[in-house]
Design a binder for this molecule. Structure first.
Ligand code: COA
Length: 333
């Protein structure tokens, strides 16, 4: 049995893929009883990306994953494990991760999905971290990928304006514990008593796919926006505080906070609770909307490639998603 303090996980490469098609608020104004001003004021979102007909979670994940492998200088055949975090999988089964493995020809890897909706990436990171810490694996490709445009009701103005499609990936490598960098902690939580807040209620195993549920649009996202908002702010701020305490860090020592991009007002309220300056909070929600499990790895990739993350920096991640699920992580670079 390997001592879990022997190894740590470091981010060796990052990647992302955003579909080409941009759907602006102005275009939504033409189809729905909404306005650019309302959407920007309530959410911060100006546009979102929409997957092309021939794109899906696995094809976008493979593109983001390939970029992360290239950045990390690793060949697909050297990957030990592929984890895809998604709540909009290609099909019920096999897992989206198996399709990604096939597309990347990473046939040496085990592959499975993690389902924790908008907290998916942090839950996946927590799983990957365990395999690397124990020494079980050396290289893990962790991807968040979502094709939310296929599971929103485009006639429901209270939900469809929020979501977008995309994928983000990180290549995680095992290093010796003593190195002062890498994934320092992950904290994850769930509360199934709040499962009604955001869900896709249409039953598969529960009631079987049936015409009534299809007619009632039960295979699309339903959300109690206001109630979710309040819970999201508190849970995300609390779990970030827990991560700081665990690592004996103060907010001043954090160079960048990368929160899940659900709503600009949620992000601002979390920063406010933490008394953390908004200039040090990563935000790209204006361009992509809420890309669920993809939002944090897309953010990490953009921050890394644009120089907002430099060697020596400490980054904190935070999320809240359907389930309810929430989590945080600290990464030193
Ligand atoms: N355009 C114009 N009006 C809209 C609208 C839209 N796209 N969507 C809703 N409205 C209307 C509502 O119908 C309501 O009208 P009424 O007062 O006549 O009934 C009014 O705006 C206020 O609705 P409310 O739901 O109270 O607004 P809100 O300030 O809570 O904002 C959300 C709605 C969805 C933007 C907000 O609640 C939110 O972002 N919640 C968090 C959701 C989230 O991020 N979930 C994912 C977490 S991972």
């Amino acid at each position: 049995m390997t001592d879990s303090k022997n190894f740590k996980a470091v981010v060796a490469g990052t990647g992302a893929y955003l579909p080409e098609k941009i759907l602006t608020n102005q275009e939504l104004e033409k189809k729905l009883d909404t306005s650019d001003a309302w959407i920007v004021e309530r959410t911060g979102i100006r546009e979102r990306r929409i997957a092309a007909k021939d794109e899906c979670a696995s094809s976008m994940a493979a593109k983001a994953g390939r970029q992360a492998l290239e950045a990390g200088g690793l060949e697909a055949k050297e990957v030990d494990l592929i984890i895809v975090c998604t709540s909009s999988p290609d099909v019920l089964f096999p897992s989206t991760a198996c399709f990604v493995q096939n597309e990347l020809e990473a046939f040496g890897a085990a592959a499975f999905d993690v389902s924790a909706v908008c907290s998916g990436f942090i839950f996946g990171l927590s799983v990957a971290e365990q395999y690397l810490k124990t020494g079980r694996y050396e290289n893990i490709l962790l991807i968040g990928s979502e094709v939310n445009s296929r599971i929103v009701d485009w006639t429901d103005r209270s939900t469809c304006i929020l979501f977008g499609d995309g994928a983000g990936a990180v290549l995680l490598k095992r290093v010796e514990w003593g190195k002062p960098l890498g994934v320092m902690s992950t904290h994850i939580y769930s509360d199934g008593s709040l499962s009604d807040l955001i869900c896709v209620p249409g039953g598969i195993g529960k009631s079987g796919i049936n015409k009534d549920d299809i007619d009632d649009k039960k295979y699309f996202i339903k959300m109690s926006g206001n109630a979710t908002f309040k819970v999201a702010v508190k849970r995300m701020a609390d779990v970030i505080r827990e991560a700081l305490k665990f690592n004996d860090l103060s907010m001043e020592e954090v160079s960048l906070l990368i929160p899940h991009q659900a709503n600009e007002r949620i992000i601002s309220a979390v920063a406010d609770r933490l008394k953390y300056p908004l200039e040090k909070v990563f935000m790209n929600i204006q361009k992509y909307g809420n890309t669920s499990a993809a939002s944090i790895p897309i953010g990490i990739n953009e921050a890394r490639r644009s120089g907002r993350i430099e060697p020596g920096d400490t980054t904190v991640l935070g999320s809240v998603g359907a389930g309810l699920t929430w989590g945080s992580a600290v990464i030193k670079w």
